[in-house]
Each structure stands twice: as C-alpha cells, then as structure tokens.
Design a protein around this ligand. Structure first.
Ligand SMILES: [Zn+2]
Length: 163
C-alpha cells in the first residue's frame, strides 16, 4: 500500500462520533447488515449511522465497523447481537471518549428474539409461548435447537424470523 492509499483509509476509519456506540471487528465482512437488523435500524432510525464494510484489518483480514450516534447500552439487546456478531467489540462513547468497552459473546440459551421455523411448533401456534432455544455451537455460523419442538436451524439462514 502506498502512502496516499494509507492516508485515505485512515481518514475513513478515524471519523469520530460524539456520543453513541462503535461496534468494531465485525467478521466475516457483510455481517454489519445483520447487526443493523438486530439493532432495528431502518429508514425510520433518527440518528446518524456510519456503516463500513470490508475494511482492511491486520488481525482478521477484512472486517466491518458500525458507528451509531446516540445509541446507548440500554438500547441494545446484547444476546440478540451475540447470535449474529459474536466476537465483535462494542465501545460506548460519551463526549468523544470511550467510557466502556465490551466483547459480544454468544449466549448459551436465548428466548424471545427469533421465531422457531418448526411448522408444528407450539410457539408458532400460541402467541403467549415465547420461542426459546439452546445454542448448539458457540462459533459462527450459529445454530439453535428449539426447546419445544427440537427443530435445529442456522440463525443466518433464518434471519427473516428475527423479532
Ligand atoms: Zn420450535
């Protein structure tokens, strides 16, 4: 990489936000789109969102990065993010300073964030029964087993079932 390219990339990465969250080391690249879905960020979201896909990373080769203004810890469903972008890091920013950091971990068990694809599952027939799953493997791609009907499925292939 020559000097000029290096500078351009630094400028892209270093754009700072005053208040909000930065989710870094999202891998493999492209996963930032899932994170946006999990964060309920769509055309109605009122704050600035910076989405960087396919950034060079010394450690991972390529990664994604998200910066979301005015989002706070209490706005996040960390377990839901854990199904989609585990291994990523979240930094909480206040007045341009990092006030807290955490690593997103895969949950062991999860309820209420994704519907069961099982056709005869009690959770799809009765709305008052919350879908609940055992996480079968800690690493991506993450698969779940329904505690009610034993359906096993891959989270990324059923992203449309996310609540
Ligand atoms: Zn089920």
């Amino acid at each position: 990489m020559n000097k000029k390219e290096e500078k351009t990339e630094k400028e892209l990465i270093v754009a700072k936000i005053d208040n909000g969250i930065v989710i870094d080391h999202i891998t493999p690249p492209g996963r930032a789109f899932y994170a946006l879905k999990a964060l309920n960020i769509d055309e109605n979201f009122p704050h600035s969102v910076f989405v960087a896909i396919n950034l060079p990373s010394r450690k991972f080769g390529r990664k994604d990065l998200l910066k979301i203004r005015n989002m706070k810890r209490e706005d996040l469903n960390i377990e839901k993010l854990g199904l989609l972008i585990s291994g990523s890091n979240i930094a909480y920013i206040k007045d341009y300073m990092i006030i807290e950091k955490e690593k997103i971990k895969t949950p062991k068990r999860i309820s209420g964030v994704i519907k069961c694809p099982g056709l005869n599952c009690i959770t799809s027939r009765h709305e008052d029964v919350d879908p609940e799953f055992i996480v079968l493997n800690e690493h991506q791609p993450i698969s779940l087993r329904c505690v009610y009907c034993d359906a096993i499925f891959n989270v990324h292939e059923h992203i449309s079932l996310m609540l």
